[in-house]
Design a protein around this ligand. Structure first.
Ligand code: DON
Length: 308
């Protein structure tokens, strides 16, 4: 029903998914995330004409996890521009988000900035000559500015939980350091990475934070966050790499540039139209929100918002 009233579509999606039978499995490799009740679903849509539509648990905070990689990439491109692409690729990996296998053959250059290895290089760039706590403050301030909400904060328990158990990321950081593609010690880079992943936001806050990517790089207050071409390219990377090894299927089913996180959130950008956040903590085997993906598929079908 393209053209149907957006309020009604959002209410219908939230109502339908609240009655879901299969919520997926919450991430358990970060112990703190395993405690989250899977039977939750939220959706928020910030439109280019300034409306906000919400449904379900749209104001419940969740761990944004890998969605933070979009904001971290934006900051890193602001610091080093296209030089970033000497250290990180722009191709889908075809592997799990935390995979190490390609790094040996590809000499420590991760396939893209959204798999963990790529995001760790991005963190290495963002760390620069700062102490981790200063770099963490920078990304938190950036996200608060984008969302227009100073209450957004880091969940210290989630960060501590991942710090205590994130052995794969420690391995990835050290492996890339051996190739000279990570410059700082693993604990410093991961100190930044883990805290940015532990930022907590609601669907409403996340949809607000994504607006610059639907508005050609402009903050709704008129300020320029990134040049239009950069916003377009970040959206392109979200489309091709944002759901890891499920990116192709996601483009097929949904067709909206999106970035997922293991906290169950997904940020979707419809250029010129909408910034969408959905959240449901249960994941599919690829590590993407099970009902969140379904919600975006329903939304794309009913609005015609696929970019294709
Ligand atoms: O590094 C990790 O494994 C997590 N902090 C983030 C991974 C993640 O969100 C993958 N997304 N679906």
């Amino acid at each position: 029903m393209p053209g149907a009233d957006l309020d009604a579509i959002v209410a219908d999606i939230a109502g339908t998914l609240a009655r879901a039978e299969d919520w997926g499995e919450v991430a358990s490799y970060i112990p703190e995330l395993a405690k989250v009740d899977p039977a939750q679903f939220g959706i928020a849509i910030a439109t280019a004409d300034g409306r906000m539509l919400v449904g379900g648990d749209a104001d419940t905070g969740f761990s944004i996890q890998s969605i933070s990689k979009v904001f971290a990439l934006t900051l890193a491109l602001g610091k080093v521009g296209d030089q970033l692409w000497d250290r990180v690729g722009r191709e889908p990996s075809g592997n799990a988000f935390n995979s190490i296998v390609q790094l040996e053959q590809e000499r420590g250059i991760p396939r893209n900035p959204f798999i963990n290895a790529g995001a760790i290089v991005v963190s290495d760039v963002n760390l620069g000559s700062y102490q981790p706590r200063v770099a963490i403050g920078e990304i938190l301030r950036f996200i608060r500015y984008l969302a227009g909400d100073d209450s957004i904060a880091i969940n210290g328990e989630v960060a501590a939980s991942e710090t205590a158990t994130g052995f794969r990321n420690i391995a990835l950081a050290n492996y890339m350091r051996a190739f000279g593609n990570v410059h700082h010690a693993a604990d410093l880079v991961l100190g930044l990475y883990v805290h940015q992943c532990a930022i907590e936001m609601s669907c409403r806050q996340l949809a607000l934070a994504g607006r610059y990517l639907m508005l050609n790089g402009r903050h709704p207050d008129g300020g320029r966050v990134v040049p239009p071409g950069r916003a377009r390219r970040i959206n392109a990377l979200m489309l091709t790499c944002g759901q890891y090894d499920a990116s192709g299927d996601f483009a097929f089913r949904v067709g909206i540039p999106s970035k997922s996180g293991v906290g169950g959130g997904i940020l979707g950008i419809v250029p010129g139209r909408a910034s969408i956040a959905v959240w449901s903590p249960g994941l599919s085997p690829s590590g993407n929100s099970h009902l969140g993906t379904q919600a975006l598929e329903m939304l794309a079908q009913r609005t015609g918002w696929s970019v294709f």
